[in-house]
Design a protein around this ligand. Sequence first.
Ligand SMILES: *Cc1c(COP(=O)(O)O)cnc(C)c1O
Length: 425
Amino acid sequence: MRDPAPELSAPLEELDRELAGLLRAELARERATLNLIASENFVPRALLEVQGSVLTNKYADGYPGAREYDGCEVVDEVERLAIARACALFGAEHANVQPYSGASANFAVLRALAAPGDTVLGWDFTHGGHPTHYDRDTLTGVLYRGVTYHVRRDDRLVDLDEVAALARAERPRVIFVGWCLYTRHLDYRAFREIADEVGAVLVADMAHVSGLVAAGMYPSPVGIADVCTFTTHKTVGGGRGGTILCRQELAGRIDAAVYPGSQGGPLPHVIGAHALAFGLARRPAFRERMARTLSGARVLAGVLADHATETRCDVVTGGTETHQVVLDTSPRGVGASTALEDLHAVGVNANALPLAFDPVPGPTGSGLRLGTAALATRGFADAEFAELGEILAGALGPARGARHAELAGRAEALRAGFPLYPGLG
Ligand SMILES: *Cc1c(COP(=O)(O)O)cnc(C)c1O
């Protein structure tokens, strides 16, 4: 019998060999590198299934029980599941799981809580914050008046005295607290006191730490900040997207600011992936993985600190309480992009980023940001992170060229013990 719609059932390999080849190439690349990019992770194979499912076919503008489209009875249940699991995971009263990304979540929160022209106080990007909290290159800086706070020069910790002084002088409508490069706990209550003193709304962006927060291994801003945002694809290890948490009294305003305020139809296949990820994050295996993530970062920081004389890279703040280890490569005098190349040479991926008070100008500066979440997901524990630390120290050390084959071989041996998606591809 004739297949009435052959393109509907043909596998990708038959339908588009060029694209299929690229997907194979990406899988091979992910398998062949050791990923220390602090904002990335590996999703469960089952999550690839959900994101590649028929949920992607559905239009569902609106919210469960109040959609502008017919046929939403199943995606209503999927979204209700994601919302309930997000609330249970973080102890929140309300969750919006529709934001397309962390940036979209932040823009929606501002749309809900501030009027164009209002002042927003955010953490400077080159000091560890995120551009969507204030920067002119983003919608936030176009619509609102961005003012920034910093870390202190002596200990590189967030300068709460400056936050308080700026809050009193600038009277912001919104204060953002949250980072993409930092290695220490935050005192959310101190930010709360400052916000209360000046009548500002406090928004915590826990993009990097949401998985650690879910596991009870980093201070939680939920219930302290008025609103919390996070990305679902960093330490949580879910599909790419954003989520907003708030008290019930703000739910209506937040939901209206996401849809129709700043987005179109939701992505039901991604919301399904969030339901899976939030469900998995409540299981003991997730806590165990977050414990390996944190402990691995401490081990990595320790090994790199021991080798600081040879590598001429300092461990910023001397260690870590998060999944990140930040190296200051400025004593090498050549910028972090050179250090990144040294790591590439042995099959390791990471980020070069500017540091606070960076002597090297430019977008990559002197900071080398390493994160343990992805490799902990792949199965690494303290022993592997210690060996990886030795490999990194060798790759950054003075004899790196001469040791290239040895170091690349050790990196490959590490990878071989932790196959990525066996059976896929
Ligand atoms: C990653 C990150 C974001 C942006 O998330 P996207 O999904 O890339 O838009 C926002 N805030 C912080 C603190 C982040 O680390």
